[in-house]
Design a protein around this ligand. Sequence first.
Ligand code: DAH
Length: 351
Amino acid sequence: MQEKINGLLEELAKAFADVKTMQELNDLKVQYQGKKGIITELSAGIKDVPNEEKKEYGMHVNTLRVAFNDAYDKNKTRLEEELVNKKLKEETIDISLPSVKNMRGSKHPFNRIIEEVEDLFVSMGYDVVDGPELEDDEHCFRLLNYTVGHPARDAQDTFYIDEEYLLRTQTSSSQSRVMQANTEKSPIRVICPGKTYRRDDDATHSHQFGQVEGLVIDKNISLADLKGTLEIFAKKLLGEETKVRFRPSYFPFTSPSCEVDVTCFKCGGKGCPLCKKTGWIELLGAGMVHPNVLKMGGYDPDEFTGFAFGTGLDRLAMFKYAIPDIRYMYGNDIRFLRQFDRKDEEYEIKY
Ligand code: DAH
């Protein structure tokens, strides 16, 4: 028996020395420990061994079993390691390959314009002030000299929440809030950009749009200050060659009031389809703050004067980026938004 086992141990060693794959290892397991395997049959054979030899026989079979299990475990570990190393080699990452690009968002043209306008006015010493979009009649109209039933309210129909509250029709509503909030009644120099709402829907008017209001109150503020400020505003935003024209107009909260045009940035003032052949494009409304508005805001009109102006932010963005329809600004069409992922100087605008 001893010899037989020694022979089997030798065979076993040779068999394991030749194992190169998991499949071969599994085959060996079947060959030795399967239903009809060498070790299985040797174990079963114990019943034919005389009783006094059973113990020794059992010990020999066990020696073979332990040798097999030992060799099996070692080879299994070896093969698994080889497999992992092979995989690692095959899957080395080439870091010089270009990566998969993530889609990057871009700044909405509306926000681009707000930032540009804010930067300009902050550089001139203005503060940027926010006001509520859900406004009351008092701040949106009454404190701006639109008495109840005033005909100028007709042009500003909006979304009413109830008798008193509405979605603001103009950022001029922030004027009265700024004046009220300034309890010291010291000079004011602010711009108020934000969203506004009206009952409108066509290529140049949307139910939602943006405005920036400007307000300056101090002693000895004159129309000349307003003119100088708006000239800088137009030139910085639309180009140094831009000329500015003031036309008389009417707004309840300013007197005198004016509308301000700029030379068409497409044709330079010669006349083209964009400016409807006039050479001019309407940019904003402005004027000297009405004494009633100053009074209602707590400022003495004999001591203080001021100017105000208000312009559409979407309108500015449409001019600047040649956007043909205001509704693109609110459509969330990713093809539209993707066009605004560059710096301003990288645009070549074609009308
Ligand atoms: N809020 C006015 C509008 O929506 C624009 C405006 C005109 C603002 C004259 C002003 C101003 O501050 O003085 O039509």
